[in-house]
Design a protein around this ligand. Structure first.
Ligand SMILES: [Zn+2]
Length: 429
């Protein structure tokens, strides 16, 4: 297959490229880049005029629900959703059923991605057996078969000794530990942010301290052990401030924010109910501004979706019973461009960095780049395309998102993974 991407703005931080040029994909690699390339006979030509041609995007936080919860998502549908979101690679969390605490389940994920995937899949192994927080998973064996990091995402690992042990392993083997920060004693049975909205809806709240206390602990453990802590889905202004201070003090800490947390406040729960229920929850407008400031000044390194599919039946149970989480892969780029780039908080290049170079560095993957001879992992983004989200834009097996009906600007229009076209947007509708 040969594909000519014409007239795009090639934007690649790794090669310090920002130029209008044509690019040819052939035999899985970027075969040529020049001011003008003429199509060969029968060659597929994609017009990228007015569009950004970027290295393929990486989502470092998704839930593919495979093995065990494939009524919500599986590796085939989850990676299809990834491709539709402009992603060429995802890192998937270990809270499957069974947990990714055994090398054979890591191998299952890798095999399924290889045979049925539309994106590269990098599985994480769990920190503890069954995410129960009591017994360490076999980190070395998980790492040996391809786990790129460790996480008990969905919960915090409350046993400090287990955390120290996995961080020391990480320090020795250059492997990050991803942390979901939530003190269960403080969070209690909360289902949304603890504030005036939860009070008026008479729903139990999750105070910001539940998240912030564990951010503090994990920053201290990173500093003490030298192990790399990556803090997932930061939602509060004070959480950002704690991470900023820890980084200034030299702690080996990185952090991510999710599109819903820099776009919506807890007010969204009034309109969207369980479709706006996730953990950690949507917070206040001041917290949203704090997260955006953290993204702008680099305290928050990466943008990740926390793509968390659940079936309509599960999500229809009401705020108290419905599971936490919303899908995110397909709408990450439009939410990032609408809220952050068009909002004047990040440049195109900065937004791309948080979806390419930063996650790659944290995951110890090769730097995403557009370069002759390099693997053709490419995402084309139309920064001006405006679309009102409908269920047709969702490729996941699940539809749990509060953004259906929202008009968003800045969409991925073409995804190429290893030279294979994995997504092309067919219409603007
Ligand atoms: Zn989480």
């Amino acid at each position: 297959m040969s594909l000519l991407i014409r007239d795009g703005r090639i934007l690649c931080a790794h090669t310090a490229t920002d130029r209008k040029a044509d690019l040819r994909v052939q035999d899985g690699v970027v075969a040529d880049i020049a001011d003008r390339l003429e199509p060969s006979t029968g060659e597929d030509v994609f017009s990228a005029a007015g569009r950004i041609v970027a290295p393929g995007l990486i989502d470092m936080h998704v839930h593919l629900r495979d093995p065990g919860q494939t009524h919500k998502e599986d590796i085939e549908t989850g990676t299809r959703a990834a491709a539709a979101g402009g992603f060429v690679a995802v890192a998937c969390m270990a809270n499957t059923a069974p947990t990714l605490d055994d090398p054979r389940w890591i191998a299952h994920v890798l095999d399924a991605a290889e045979s049925r995937g539309s994106a590269r899949v990098h599985p994480l192994g769990s920190i503890t057996r069954g995410l129960e927080g009591r017994e360490s998973s076999p980190h070395e064996a998980l790492h040996a078969v391809g786990a790129v990091a460790f996480s008990d995402d969905g919960k915090s690992t409350m046993d400090d000794d287990i955390m120290r042990a996995v961080l020391r392993y990480g320090a020795r083997h250059d492997t990050p530990v991803f942390v979901h920060c939530e003190d269960p004693e403080i969070a209690g049975d909360g289902v949304m942010h603890d504030g005036d909205v939860s009070a008026s809806l008479r729903l139990p709240g999750i105070p910001p301290e539940a998240e912030e206390r564990i951010i503090v602990r994990d920053c201290v453990l990173a500093q003490d052990t030298g192990g790399h802590v990556h803090i997932q889905h930061v939602t509060t202004r004070r959480g950002v401030e704690i991470i900023r201070a820890a980084k200034a003090g030299g702690a080996p800490v990185t952090a991510e924010a999710c599109p819903h947390h820099f776009t919506l406040t807890h007010e969204a729960v009034r309109d969207h109910g369980p479709s706006a229920k996730m953990n950690p929850p949507l917070r206040t407008a001041d917290d949203v501004h704090g997260v955006i400031e953290g993204l702008s000044d680099g305290t928050l390194d990466a943008i990740a979706t926390d793509h968390a599919p659940h079936s309509a039946e599960e999500k229809s149970q009401g705020m108290r019973e419905a599971p936490f989480g919303i899908i995110g892969l397909e709408l990450c780029v439009p939410l990032t461009w609408t809220s952050l780039v068009r909002g004047g908080h990040l440049s195109d290049a900065q937004a791309l960095g948080k979806l390419t170079a930063a996650p790659a560095k944290i995951l110890r993957l090769p730097p995403p780049r557009i370069e002759v001879g390099a693997p053709a992992d490419i995402t084309v983004i139309d920064p001006d395309m405006r679309i009102t989200v409908t269920s047709e834009h969702i490729h996941s097996k699940s539809q749990n998102t509060p953004f259906v009906g929202t008009a968003l600007t800045g969409w991925p229009v073409l995804t190429v993974c290893g030279g294979r076209e994995t997504f092309r947007r067919r219409s603007h509708a």
